[in-house]
Design a protein around this ligand. Structure first.
Ligand code: MTE
Ligand code: MO
Length: 322
């Protein structure tokens, strides 16, 4: 997904350099020859300690499991999932967790506007109290071919839609993420004019029971790199549809613009429904690699959710699969 032109970040190199220098000093002080040791263990030790620290600090959430959603594979290890995320506002690498310190996810306001009878502006914490939370085990498939299986906590998007009462003219829902150049390094560095990240669904897709607003993962609030404090999860679509850290939801009467479609229109469309038979222009979508174990599996049509969403699309019409 990285073929567009953004300057790459040098922060990783800097951080690694700093860690190595500190260790070199310490080992030099002990009179040891540091180099062989360094290459073996510096980065791994420093990184995993920091990530675990981050995860331990998350607030616990308690939500009953909705047993209707069952998996055909084990849950992904939560540290593996947290260490390998896509969040282009912060970095193009998967080590987003190392760049989110300055990102403030509380207080957080979510605005719901557009073609609705009852527009709503509400804090993330109030929203948690307003709508009952549940846990759902979902598969999740990135367009880049990695996948995971995780226990989200949150609520069906339909519950929120019903609260604001869409007008009969509303056909689509647009989702908008934050714009904070002071907190998100890539929003500051990049010349891309498309920020904030934005995504969209049809109203029918949003009302489908699979569409989920996630506020937690693995029994606690979302880690920042997973899109705290609230994000969309549409598990039958490629991962880029599942927009993180949403600040605004707008009901419209036309198909909304979407970030990756605007960035690379010949590779990423509005629909992005998962279909192993239709390759990405640059790679096959037939298989996926499970985060953590690296096990390879055949990718399933609609990521295995045909019973829930198959009726929304025409399988013979390719527009739905890019
Ligand atoms: N705001 C925002 N949301 C985003 C992205 C992003 O870069 N910015 N990346 C998307 C992509 S490409 C994927 S695969 C998923 C990854 O979710 P995860 O990192 O929690 O696994 O988030 C999606 N949501
Ligand atoms: Mo992705």
């Amino acid at each position: 997904m990285q073929s567009y032109k953004l300057p790459t970040s040098e922060l990783t190199a800097e951080e690694v350099f700093r860690t190595r220098r500190t260790l070199l000093k310490a080992l030099g002080f002990l009179g040891l020859n540091a180099w062989p040791l360094l290459n073996a263990c510096t980065n791994y030790a420093a990184q995993s300690r920091d990530l675990n620290g981050t995860l331990v600090n998350l607030k616990q959430l308690h939500a009953p499991r909705n047993g209707s959603y069952r998996l055909d594979r084990p849950l992904t290890d939560q540290t593996e999932a947290a260490a390998y995320t896509n969040f282009y506002e912060f970095t193009h690498s998967k080590e987003v967790w190392r760049r989110v310190d300055r990102f403030l996810t509380r207080p957080w306001e979510l605005k719901i506007t557009g073609l609705v009878k009852k527009p709503l502006t509400i804090s993330a914490d109030e929203l948690l109290k307003l709508i009952p939370q549940e846990e759902r085990h979902y598969r999740f498939r990135c367009v880049e071919t990695w996948s995971m299986a995780v226990p989200w906590i949150g609520f069906p998007l339909s519950a929120l839609i019903k609260r604001v009462e869409p007008l009969s003219s509303a056909t689509h829902i647009s989702f908008i993420s934050f714009l904070r150049r002071d907190q998100a390094p890539e929003q500051k560095r990049s010349s891309v004019e498309l920020w904030p990240y934005h995504e969209g669904l049809t109203l029918a897709e949003g009302m489908n029971d699979l569409s989920f607003m996630a506020t937690g993962l693995y029994g606690h609030e979302l880690a920042k790199q997973h899109g705290a404090p609230i994000r969309l999860v549409a598990p039958w679509k490629y991962g880029f549809k599942s927009i993180k850290s949403v600040v605004e939801i707008v009901f419209t009467d036309r198909q909304p613009a979407t970030f990756w479609n605007a960035m690379i229109p010949n590779e990423y469309g509005f629909w992005a429904n998962i279909n192993p038979a239709i390759p990405h222009p640059r790679w096959s979508q037939a298989e996926e690699s499970l985060l953590g174990s690296n096990e390879r599996r055949k990718t399933l049509l609609y990521n295995g959710y045909t019973d829930q969403v198959g009726g929304l699309y025409n399988l013979k019409d390719r527009q739905y699969f890019y």
